[in-house]
Design a protein around this ligand. Structure first.
Ligand code: K1U
Ligand code: ZN
Length: 179
């Protein structure tokens, strides 16, 4: 099991803006390894540091079938985005069980740093483009539900809050506490 727990929507900490990573040291390597463990454990295909309550610009992704192609993006920025948009049924580990269609640029060029601080650029399309844009949004405190209508968002919020109350009630029952 992973040592990090994933914040759930509508936790306000998910709306914090992440600061850039300035120091590429052992602490960052440990964070990225722990984030990868949490992503594989969930399971998910991506995870951004603010989802584990660390407000630094770090992302891990693995969109491979075999789950053996970890990609790490530190301080990522979208340099160019295509005018063409593509829809995708997105999920989020912070909004478990909810999938909704979001339209985003079909192709993006991303500049980032690797775990050692070296700069690199990638051109992404398809699922990689969707996932990287979703994760960069997390670094800005923005979530995929923010693209939905206020009505859909409010329904999702209420469902998450209900689940949270039910989980708390279940925990209290097993620990013998009342209410
Ligand atoms: O950021 C996150 O919360 C992770 C999220 C990434 C993502 C998925 C789909 C579209 C955009 C971004 C997830 O990983 S949700 C879980 C998921 O999609 C999945 C889980 C296991 C296998 C395949 C997909
Ligand atoms: Zn997400």
């Amino acid at each position: 099991m992973s040592s990090l727990s994933i914040l759930r929507y509508p936790d306000p900490r998910l709306n914090q803006v992440s600061r850039p990573v300035a120091v590429f040291d052992e602490r960052l390597k440990t964070l990225v390894n722990d984030m990868a463990a949490a992503m594989y454990d969930a399971p998910g295909i991506g995870l951004a540091a603010p989802q584990v309550d660390v407000h630094e610009q770090s992302i891990v992704l693995d969109i491979s079938e075999a789950r053996n192609s970890l990609q790490v993006f530190i301080n990522p920025e979208i340099i160019t985005a295509s005018a063409e948009k593509a829809p995708y049924d997105e999920g989020c580990l912070s909004v478990p069980g909810i999938y909704e269609t979001v339209e985003r640029p079909a192709r993006v060029k991303v500049r980032a740093q690797d775990i050692n601080g070296r700069h690199f650029e990638i051109n992404a399309e398809g699922l990689l483009a969707v996932c990287i844009q979703h994760e960069i949004d997390h670094l800005k405190g923005f979530m995929f539900v923010d693209y939905l209508s206020p009505l859909k968002r409010s329904r999702i919020k209420n469902r998450m809050l209900k689940e949270e109350r039910e989980q708390k009630r279940g925990k209290n029952k097993t620990s013998g506490k009342k209410r």
